[in-house]
Design a protein around this ligand. Sequence first.
Ligand code: FAD
Ligand code: NAP
Length: 462
Amino acid sequence: MDNKENLQNKRIGIIGAGPSGLAQIRAFEALKERGENIPEIVCFEKQSNWGGMWNYSWRTGVGKYGEPIHGSMYKYLWSNGPKECLEFSDYSFDDHFEKAISSYPPRPVLFDYIEGRIKKSNAREYIRFDTTVRWVSYDEDTRKFTIVLDDLKINKTYSEEFDYLVVASGHFSTPNMPYFKGIETFSGNVMHAHDFRGADQFKDRNILLIGSSYSAEDIGIQCYKHGAASVTLSYRSNPIGHDWPQGIKEVPLVTHFDGDTAFFKDGTSEDYDAVIMCTGYQHKFPFLPDELRLKTKNNLYPDNLYKGIFYNNLPQLIYLGMQDQYYTFNMFDTQAWLARDFMMERLELPSEGERRVDIDTWLDRNSKLQSSFDDVDFQTYYIKDLLSFTDYPHFNLDKIAAMFKEWLQDKEENILTYRDKTYQSVVTGTMAEAHHTDWMDELDDSKERYLYGAEEEELIPE
Ligand code: FAD
Ligand code: NAP
């Protein structure tokens, strides 16, 4: 059998049709467009649509088939980084919207953009929606993965075999929910950021948020914007440290609760109406056995992944998007292109020992990072490394790194206005347009309002 025939007989399973899983499909489609043969691809997605996190669900807890809800996004969620930092280099914002838009679009607009690229091909055919991957095993003799699947719509369990498995199931879905003494005596709402669906319900309420990262920062300013009486952010390691407007403050970590009163490490205490745990997420793969499961916290270089994607003990098992993320869509693309070339047998990996040395070098670099700027440079360098092996259309990473640093400064200058800033695309050179309304005054996050504005309703296509 020649190599081409051999490839045609291979089967690739992808778990998840979020931005990472879709990037994997897109990487193969790019070859197909050039007239090349590709292996059989099947992507399993437990939701009824693609987009992963960007596929908003009003539900919390479980979905219509009793599966845990994946989405952690909420109404009024706007991009928290400039869109120019995540732009696909093979499908620009100009390609999609055919006009300049602002640098910080709301969720429905980014969902539309993600969908735009993948809709250009027949990618939907590869995806089995409403299908949960229940269990995976690997047979050393046949060198195949067996995947046990639940077709949720017809309540049927079945299994299939694959030569490669791409895990693109995300890692911002299973809440990390710490316990604080006495919290069971709190009479108000206690929730995790995963279940937060919009700030409206907290109007005129005194809210306590625990955590000091992106969720705490953004849910804090959302609640402020939508009329919360007060917002307190309680940090464990370091405060976020912005110059907060009156009505938002940071305090050290909660020590305990007594009824509706929270007590803090600095000896102060205060009464609250609701507590939101912005305490991050767990990397959780309930469908993977011990020996195949990535075990990591949220960091920039998870251990045991060669080039950040190949499971070192078994590189046919590929994880996408498992890093903490400054870069998102374009990083997933570079990972997916590299993974594709390995699965297409165009890229040979070094020995397990050599891969281990490479991983250790990255871990060592990671352990020396001291500031957010260092983090940005690290992830930039990581993507440059991946790009050097693939034909993903190159883009100016140094310029993106500079944009990330400017973004960090913009937030420090004014957390309420940073989303009004504009940046220049490295893909097309287009300068973003300022949004028609300042972010603080914009209460409508719909695509129509965003693209056409309030006064121009007649421009909205039917
Ligand atoms: P996900 O988007 O999480 O997709 C994973 C997919 O796998 C889901 O569709 C899920 O249903 C499916 N899946 C999981 N388990 C199974 C299973 N067992 N069987 C079948 N299917 C399964 N990034 C930005 O760039 N800008 C932002 O502004 C931004 N905001 C964010 C806000 C929040 C609240 C969160 C949590 C994340 C945000 N992110 C943002 C990061 C976001 O995670 C990435 O943009 C992106 O969605 C990651 O893509 P992914 O495909 O790796 O994972
Ligand atoms: P995260 O970045 O992993 O941060 C977790 C936070 O929880 C850290 O501050 C951590 O504190 C704290 N924490 C963990 N355990 C704790 C404990 N036991 N007690 C007190 N604090 C604890 O998670 P995240 O903030 O949820 O962000 C996840 C992703 O969502 C990011 O990619 C982010 O960009 C995205 N996001 C985007 C938006 C948007 O506006 N578009 C909004 C929200 C989230 P330590 O520092 O002490 O570890």
